[in-house]
Write a protein that binds this ligand. Structure first.
Ligand SMILES: [Zn+2]
Ligand SMILES: [Zn+2]
Ligand SMILES: [Zn+2]
Length: 245
């Protein structure tokens, strides 16, 4: 989970921190149940993140939205094509597919150059839960300024990145969850992300037992210092964090 630090050429104390929890790659999660692996988003650090997990098969790649920090690493699913000898199942909205056709035009060409990524696209409708093997997934639509972004509910676990507004009807899909992951970019307000205070307010309203903040900018502050300011049921996510349900 998490993101953005250190920033290239930044000399701030967060980017220079030696605390591993301040050294963030772009935001993504791996959801595992039995033998099933689902990854949400493949940003520019996808290759490095996947190598770190050691997984050898990918049952589904879900996209929240088409911003570069969530899709840029998709070309590297080729490793899974080779290992599994089949296409990777990708789940996203029609607007993300339109973006993919520009970003990764060669994947959708009539002439398939040997070795390019092979994908099977499955369209998500926000009102319709879908399954990957035995894992049921409820899409949740949130707003990222004026862009529709998907969050996902896996049983009692809800993952939302890149949002600064959640409608009442979508909040109903989140209520009753045990653990909520939510974006909190920095302390100052931002045009398309929840600030730390806004994220805390959202947690107080939705009342999960536990919440983790992700998509954290170097502008937020040091992991250790910020966590001390938070109530005990809210923690900052960090790269490599594992949660069990
Ligand atoms: Zn910095
Ligand atoms: Zn975004
Ligand atoms: Zn993002």
């Amino acid at each position: 989970m998490a993101k953005l630090n250190p920033l290239i050429a930044c000399e701030c104390r967060i980017c220079k921190s030696t605390d591993e929890r301040d050294q963030r790659l772009r935001t993504s999660i791996l959801v595992q149940q039995n033998d099933t692996n689902i990854v949400v988003d493949s940003g520019p650090d996808f290759r490095q993140q996947i190598l770190r997990t050691g997984i050898r098969k990918l049952d589904a790649l879900l996209f929240t939205h088409s911003h570069k920090d969530h899709v840029a690493g998709m070309d590297d699913i080729r490793g899974f094509n080779f290992a599994m000898q089949k296409a990777v199942d990708i789940y996203c909205t029609p607007s993300v597919v339109d973006h993919m056709k520009k970003e990764f035009y060669y994947i959708f060409d009539d002439f398939k150059y040997p070795g390019i990524p092979e994908v099977d696209i499955h369209l998500i409708d926000k009102e319709n839960p879908f399954s990957v093997d035995s894992i049921l997934i409820q899409p949740i639509e949130v707003m990222h300024l004026n862009l529709k972004v998907l969050g996902f509910r896996f049983d009692k676990f809800v993952y939302i990145t890149d949002a600064n507004f959640i409608s009442d009807s979508e909040k109903e899909k989140i209520k009753g969850c045990d653990t909520l992951v939510l974006n909190a970019l920095r302390k100052e307000t931002h045009v398309s992300h929840f600030s730390l205070d806004e994220a805390i307010k959202m947690v107080e309203e939705l009342k999960p037992r536990k919440a983790y903040f992700t998509h954290i900018s170097h502008q937020l502050g040091l992991h250790e210092e910020i966590e001390k300011e938070l109530p005990s049921h809210i923690r900052l996510a960090y790269d490599g964090l594992q949660l069990e349900f």
